[in-house]
Write a protein that binds this ligand. Structure first.
Ligand code: DAT
Ligand code: MG
Length: 138
């Protein structure tokens, strides 16, 4: 299997709660490589491109607003099967039920908001990784 790259975001809740270092440590401890990293305050246009697949869903507007509420840390991460591997490390989307031992399961929960604040984003396929890396590291 060839080395892959994925886009990881530490979302505004993760940055605001001071969890960036803990999340980076988990990526490094798993053995993946940090290739590039930056603090980004995305505008609406960038987020609309990043989350285009979710346009029209009930959580879409709250999601975009949440992602504009503060900076995110964008990370280019490399390794064999890193796309699948980081998704596994992150845990399932709903942080309340994400498995303990995962980033979302250990650090996240429901805060009674219309959007799930689940700390991290990870690309879900080679196609979305290439697309998303182009959006955040243009
Ligand atoms: P993931 O981030 O696990 O790939 P996704 O791509 O389906 O999940 O959704 C993008 C983000 O939108 C997700 O991280 C949190 C939010 N979200 C998804 N489904 C939701 C729901 N049913 N209610 C509220 N927020 C949701
Ligand atoms: Mg997704």
């Amino acid at each position: 299997m060839a080395t892959e790259e994925t886009l990881v975001l530490v979302k505004p809740d993760g940055v605001a709660r001071g969890l960036t270092g803990s999340i980076l440590a988990r990526i490094e401890a798993k053995g993946y490589s940090l290739v590039d990293l930056r603090l980004v305050e995305p505008d609406r246009e960038r987020l609309e491109r990043h989350y285009a697949e979710h346009e029209g869903k009930p959580f879409y507007e709250p999601l975009v607003d949440f992602m504009m509420s503060g900076p995110s840390v964008a990370i280019r991460v490399a390794g064999e099967r890193v796309i699948e591997g980081f998704r596994s490390l992150a845990g399932t989307t709903d942080p309340t039920t994400a498995a303990p031992g995962t980033i979302r399961g250990d650090y996240g929960r429901d805060w009674g908001l219309p959007v799930q604040q689940n700390l991290v984003h990870g690309s879900d396929s080679p196609e979305s990784a290439a697309h998303e890396l182009g959006i955040w590291f243009r």
